[in-house]
Ligand binder design. Sequence first.
Ligand code: PLP
Length: 378
Amino acid sequence: MRKINFNVPPVVGEELKYIEDAVSTGKICGDGKYTKLCNSWLEQNTDVRAALLTTSCTHATELAAILCGIREGDEVIMPSYTFVSTADAFVLRGATVVFVDIRPDTMNIDENLIEAAITDRTKAIVPVHYAGVACEMDRIMEIAKRHRLYVIEDAAQGMMASYQGKALGAIGDMGCYSFHETKNYSMGEGGAILLRDGKYKEAAEIIREKGTNRSKFFRGEIDKYTWVEAGSSYLPSELNAAYLWAQLLHADEIYNSRMRVWKRYEEAFLPLEEAGRIELPKVPEGCVHNAHMFYIKTKDLKERTALISYLKTKEILAVFHYIPLHTAPAGRKYGRFFGEDIYTTKESERLVRLPLYYGMEEEDTERVIREVLAFYGA
Ligand SMILES: *Cc1c(COP(=O)(O)O)cnc(C)c1O
């Protein structure tokens, strides 16, 4: 029996061609031809004033935290059901993370709980678009505007997904994408920061280039570059950017391939949901998702453990993730949960992700479906 992996990094076939071209140009450090091509593609496809590739989504979020001037004593509101990077970026700047509960239907931050968690120290709200399904951004932006808070979208999973017609990551002040190998579009390790308005562009370029105004220098706007601010190095190599460029040229193909699998899973498991045995992902009106992940929710933790073990005996790797951050040692040290944890822990314990990746063979999808149905005796 052939093993079905949970994830297979996307390869469209032209990656090496562009990497070879990058090598032949004699420039493999950052901000060359391929980085610029990717930046423009992102700007055009998300309709933001500036997009800059970064070394990861974690780094894009760090860059966003620096741009917002987050510092010691500040508070940042986010869900506890998320990847560690969402919190790390702000904790590194000395901020306290304030976790609020999620909605059980989308696993996203509950927009109705945010306002009560705001204090004099709150500086930003960080919605995480779980599974490429948007948070309730109209409501979140309205709260942020009234309280003068930054909105930094963790859109690590959200590329090619939208909310009311707007690209995820392009709605808040800043948005962060991930191009890790587990995401829909990849460059191995990498990410991007999206800046909705032009006003943060120059500052972002400076922080990303070790605190220098080198980007301006390369554009010929100044005749020598110098150290102007505290910064870091968040720009990826051209080799990684060339890999990503191949993927962006095939963005629709990757999207369609993943969507086929997602829709097939949904159709196959609908009867189980209707029979009250499991729950399936919900996509609210106005949200267009990107088939980043397909999960099912089992009755409880015990049933989930049994399902994952059963699938493993059939050589199928299904996984769960996100031990709620507020229960982790660092989460207890750097954060607090506001209000009551009604859904975060309970729902996270029921969720299991099924194999889904670009180019997944139909017979593999069918095998996963057969075995999940067999587990439920359906
Ligand atoms: C993958 C992911 C990240 C981190 O992305 P990297 O590019 O690996 O730094 C952050 N947040 C969420 C929600 C993610 O899924």
